[in-house]
Structure formats: structure tokens, C-alpha cells
Design a protein around this ligand. Structure first.
Ligand code: FAD
Length: 338
């Protein structure tokens, strides 16, 4: 390729800000398409919000609904393909149940966009005690630490480079490369800056797989979320991995502390134990806390920065960054080229 930016040999360079699921996926898409990619990340992957995610494919707390449904649908295809090699990717197709205590529960609107063979049906029988409606589905469930490792290896194999440092502004990034993709998650609040971004704190408890094992995921409908004393919401979900079970969960808007809250953790375990006594007896191995980068609308657009650099923003994915990752990465790459 030539040097259209006239920047002495760096015209093919793309600098991706962020090494969470959006940054790494976007970098993989670009590097595998032949671009020379550098990812700059303030935190190692293990300390990003992405590493804390549960992580079930499901559009949740992300907007606008119509774009989210399309991105989720496209990402489902890629994650389903990655589930063919679960030990390598950390992605598995796992059967499970979404359930509501209220009989008025309806299938979420994104269900209509799924191909017929994957589209779940509303059920009202065969549900656990206390639940009156729901759906069964086989969906991608990701072991995020393993999955982020997979993305990092893919990036390295395609020639991409990962650098661990903080950037103070997009202008600083623009001095380093003519093309930038901003996948800074909640960090975009200061980097851009973008006052529309808000943290929605989530906390999970990781327990050892009990005997007999839990093999199916379970998640309550968001309508069942209960208000907690601190003004957030709490909702039961149970997400099994080969060796562990991830128990959820919480959502506290505008709460930015990241140390595990022992009272929240106790209530998560209590709720899970009431649902399935095996989980109450399981050994607690870890606590995870992450700050979902919530924005009223995901920002995926191209901007010309002062000085001539191009920046594609790809942040604000709220509670669904994993679910939307491949489609948003591919659209971001297209915007960069276009
Ligand atoms: C408890 C919990 C459960 C969740 N469950 C699910 C789920 O089941 N399914 C699902 O799809 N989603 C889920 N999510 C949401 C999902 O985790 C997020 O949407 C996703 O991780 C956002 O990814 P990201 O790459 O945008 O941000 P992050 O993972 O936060 O990554 C941002 C990156 O930007 C870097 N960065 C920021 N600022 C700078 C700077 N100035 N300079 C350099 N680097 C910078 C950071 O170091 C980091 O590498 C969950 C979230 C939580 C907290």
C-alpha cells in the first residue's frame, strides 16, 4: 500500500485503544484483513470489564434496540462457529432456561430476528417451582479469561502488537497513527471526553462446580430484578463452565467502586442456593466486579480528528459487549476503510 496520509511509512498503521473484548475483536478483524495493528491498553485483559462478564450471548442493557438486535444476530453466527473448538476458544454452546415468575412474560423482541431453527418458543410448563413462563435456548456461553486469551493469540498470529500503557487523549493517539479505533469502554468518558457514558456496576460470585454438576444455564427475566438497599437491582443467574459456576448478578447505575461488596456476594449466593441447593454448598473461589460501559446509544461512528487522523468510535456497549462484539468490530473496520 502507499502512504496516503503522508506520514512516512506509518500510513497502514491502525491504533486500537482498548484491550477488552471490543478492542481485541476489532484488532483481530483488522489484523486478519492485513492491516498493521497496535492495541494500546491501560489494563491487562484480566482486569478489564470484559474479563468480569458472565458471559452469555444475550442483548441486555444496550441500545438502540433495532441496531443491537442486528449486531447480536450477526455476532451469534461467529460465536457459534467458535464454539466448534471450545478448548481453544473458551466458547461453548450451552442449553439453558430464561424464566419469569409472572405469567405475563413475553419473548424479547430480538427473538424475532433469529433464524427459525434457533428461535425459542414461549413455554409455561416444565419450569422450576415459582416460575410461570420462559424459554429454553442453546446459546454461546463464554469463559471470558480463556476467550480473551484466544483473541490475544489470534491477534499476535496475525501480526498485531499489544502495548500496555494509558493514553491521555485521542489527540495523543492521533500523533501516533493516522487511523484510530476507540474501544476504550468506560475509559472513553475521559478520553473523548463523553459525558453520556455511565458505569453500571456488576458483581458476580464464582463457585466450584458442585457434585452432581450444573450443566445448564439459568437466568431470571430482567422483570424479576429486585431493588436492593443501595438502589441497584439484583437478579439471579447461573452460568456453568467446565470447572466453575458463575453466579449473578447485580446492576448499580453510577456506582464506580470495583472491590467486591461482601453483602452483595452473600445475597447472590443465598439467592442461588434457594434456587438450587447444590450452589449453596459449592466452594466460593472468586468474586468478580466490572463496570458496564453504559450509554443511551452505542457509539459506532467515524470522526475526522483535527490534524487529519481518522477515528472510529466503538464503545458504550453496556451489558452486551460480548454479544455484539464481532458485528461491531466488523462494522468499525468497514467504517475505517470507508
Ligand atoms: C458482571 C458483568 C456481567 C456481564 N455479563 C455479560 C454477558 O453475559 N454478556 C455480554 O455480552 N456482556 C456482558 N457484560 C458486559 C460486557 O462485559 C461489556 O459490555 C464489555 O466487556 C465491554 O467491553 P469493552 O471492550 O468496551 O470495555 P472494557 O472491557 O472495559 O475494555 C476497555 C479497554 O480500554 C482500555 N482503556 C480505557 N481507557 C484507556 C486509556 N485512556 N488509555 C489506554 N487504554 C484505555 C482499558 O484498559 C481496557 O483495556 C457483563 C458485564 C459485567 C460487569
Amino acid at each position: 500500500m502507499g502512504d496516503p496520509g503522508g506520514r512516512g511509512g506509518v500510513s497502514e498503521d491502525v491504533l486500537v485503544v482498548g484491550g477488552g473484548v471490543l478492542g481485541l475483536t476489532t484488532a483481530v478483524v483488522l489484523a486478519e484483513a492485513g492491516r498493521r495493528v497496535r492495541v494500546v491498553t491501560r489494563e491487562p485483559a484480566a482486569r478489564t470489564t470484559s474479563a468480569a462478564a458472565g458471559a452469555l450471548w444475550e442483548p441486555y442493557r444496550a441500545h438502540p434496540a433495532d441496531r443491537v438486535a442486528g449486531w447480536a444476530r450477526r455476532t451469534l453466527d461467529t460465536l457459534t462457529a467458535l464454539a466448534a473448538t471450545p478448548d481453544e476458544t473458551g466458547v461453548r454452546m450451552v442449553a439453558g432456561l430464561k424464566a419469569a415468575r409472572s405469567a405475563s412474560f413475553r419473548l424479547p423482541s430480538w427473538v424475532a430476528g433469529l433464524p427459525a431453527e434457533l428461535r425459542p418458543s414461549l413455554i409455561s410448563e416444565g419450569l422450576p417451582a415459582g416460575y410461570r413462563a420462559g424459554y429454553r435456548a442453546r446459546l454461546p456461553l463464554l469463559d471470558m479469561p480463556a476467550y480473551l486469551g484466544h483473541l490475544e493469540r489470534r491477534l499476535a498470529a496475525a501480526g498485531g502488537v499489544l502495548e500496555r500503557r494509558a493514553l491521555a487523549s485521542l489527540a495523543e493517539a492521533a500523533r501516533e497513527a493516522p487511523a484510530i479505533v476507540n474501544c476504550a469502554g468506560l475509559g472513553a468518558r475521559e478520553l473523548v471526553p463523553d459525558p453520556l457514558l455511565r458505569p453500571v456496576r456488576g458483581q458476580l460470585v464464582v463457585v466450584a462446580q458442585p457434585t452432581p454438576r450444573v450443566d445448564e444455564w439459568f437466568a431470571e427475566s430482567p422483570d424479576e430484578a429486585v431493588r436492593d438497599p443501595a438502589g441497584g437491582t439484583e437478579l439471579l443467574y447461573v452460568l456453568p463452565q467446565p470447572e466453575i459456576v458463575v453466579l449473578g448478578g447485580t446492576a448499580h447505575e453510577d456506582r464506580g467502586d470495583t472491590d467486591p461488596d461482601p453483602e452483595l456476594a452473600a445475597r447472590i449466593v443465598e439467592r442461588a442456593a434457594a434456587f438450587d441447593p447444590r450452589l449453596g454448598a459449592a466452594r466460593v473461589l472468586d468474586h468478580r466486579v466490572g463496570l458496564r460501559p453504559y450509554r443511551p446509544a452505542i457509539r459506532l461512528e467515524r470522526e475526522a480528528l483535527p490534524g487529519g487522523a481518522v477515528c472510529v468510535h466503538n464503545y458504550g456497549h453496556g451489558g452486551a459487549g460480548v454479544t455484539l462484539s464481532w458485528a461491531c468490530a466488523s462494522d468499525a473496520a468497514a467504517l475505517l476503510t470507508g
